[in-house]
Write a protein that binds this ligand. Structure first.
Ligand code: SF4
Length: 408
């Protein structure tokens, strides 16, 4: 059957819509390829500095032991003006700062590189102190142990406050505190006991901090106890390590986790530069062991609040077998206001992606309601008018049609 003229015309019209994006995609792809070369050189410099070997680099304990936590060491790997240097030194007196060598290696010497902007403190954190320490009132959603409960059938157990890298936009900054510590075992046990006594809880999320900063043994003890509770249907793990320290995804870890399926893992990529070959390998290992990985990005001003960057990030996540799950509108957390984009920008990005790319590549745009009231999905307006029983509905190309509703 030969295609008709109308189909060919429509196909050409659709192709035309992708021209600019394809140009962008080819440019950013090239930059990512260049950063892979840069990564190899920066990695060697970091290994030389810390007197480490290739084996050390792949050892997550070595990565954690050598986190960069002071501006003097940082300045050896990132170009800092005197003002930058002094400002960072001021900020780190107030706000926690640590970056594993791997995450330093995937950036560049330019302080404005997106990976640096996500990880290096800037003076705006202490100059603009608008916002709240606890905008979701988590303090009032803790019925036992280290639980956070905001919904009827699911809850969080906060298992640690440690992360491989302290994200500058962290939405749970309040929990990070001044020093690293895992939640004491008796508090975790109290949390598990609460779940045992609440048959309505079918979904448990282990997070913190970063849940994969627990040792395999500590994590297994929690998974084992949860799996023994008949009403716990699924277990989720919140971890940014596939992004910030992919060497944490060891064969031993995934072999252990797979015994407690169904286990899901939610991670947190914000920019395509974070999807390095090494990081994608970690996602592949997780997927190969049946651990379904979802991504929860945060929309951040000057980093990913761009329709093309967001589209590319989500398309690349799918290539890494990671499902784009949520895109959060940044909460009003003290010290992070400089990252918050406008809501209209977020809606514009969502509007762009719909139709332009696969539905599978589109996360749900979420605002966390203040006071612990839960997540609210945000969508561009598609119902543009309603009169009696007729809706006027808009398509992704801004064409409209009428829909006559049925009467019940
Ligand atoms: S990994 Fe998550 S909890 Fe840790 S600093 Fe980053 S955003 Fe915060």
């Amino acid at each position: 059957m030969s295609p008709n003229i109308e189909s060919i015309r429509r196909s050409d019209e659709l192709q035309e819509k992708t021209t600019q994006y394809l140009q962008f995609k080819s440019n950013i792809h090239q930059k990512i390829m260049n950063s892979e070369d840069e990564y190899t050189k920066r990695k060697q410099r970091l290994l030389d500095y810390f007197n480490g070997t290739e084996d050390d680099w792949e050892n997550w304990h070595w990565q954690m032991k050598n986190r960069i936590q002071d501006v003097a060491t940082l300045s050896l790997f990132v170009d800092l003006s005197t003002t930058d240097y002094n400002e960072i030194a001021r900020v780190v007196k107030h706000n926690r700062f640590a970056i594993v060598p791997y995450y330093v290696a995937i950036a560049s010497r330019d302080i404005h590189h997106p990976v640096n902007m996500l990880s290096i403190p800037r003076v705006a954190e202490i100059v603009d102190t608008t916002g709240y320490d606890d905008p979701m009132a988590e303090e009032f959603t803790n019925p036992a142990g280290s639980i956070t409960r905001r919904y009827p059938d699911r809850l969080i157990i906060n298992v640690t406050n440690i992360c491989a890298m302290y994200c500058r936009h962290c939405q749970r900054r309040r929990l990070i505190g001044e020093s690293d510590h895992h939640t004491p075992v008796e508090i975790i046990n109290e949390s598990i006991e609460f779940i045992r006594n609440h048959p309505e809880i079918r979904d448990v999320l282990l997070t913190g901090g970063d849940a994969l900063l627990l040792s395999d043994h500590q994590l297994e003890s929690i998974l084992q106890q949860l799996r023994a509770i008949p009403h716990v249907e699924i277990i989720r793990i919140g971890s940014r390590t596939p992004v910030t320290m992919p060497m944490r995804i060891t064969p031993e870890l995934v072999q252990m986790i797979k015994q407690y399926h169904p286990v899901y893992l939610n991670t947190h990529y914000n920019h395509p530069y974070e999807l390095t070959t090494r990081s994608m390998k970690a996602c592949e290992v997780l997927a190969n062991h049946g651990i379904v990985v979802g991504n929860q990005a945060v929309l951040l001003r000057g980093i990913n609040d761009d329709p093309y960057i967001m589209t590319y990030l989500n398309q690349r996540l799918l290539q890494a077998r990671v499902r784009p799950y949520y895109l959060f509108h940044a909460k009003s957390v003290k010290g992070t206001s400089h990252f918050i984009p406008s809501l209209s920008r977020g809606l514009e990005i969502m509007d762009f992606m719909r139709g332009f790319t696969s539905g599978l590549a589109i996360p749900t745009y979420i605002m966390n309601a203040p006071g612990g009231l839960g997540k609210v999905p945000l969508l561009p307006q598609y119902i543009v008018n309603k009169s009696k029983n007729t809706y006027t509905i808009r398509t992704w190309e801004d064409k409209t049609f009428e829909y006559a509703d049925s009467e019940y």
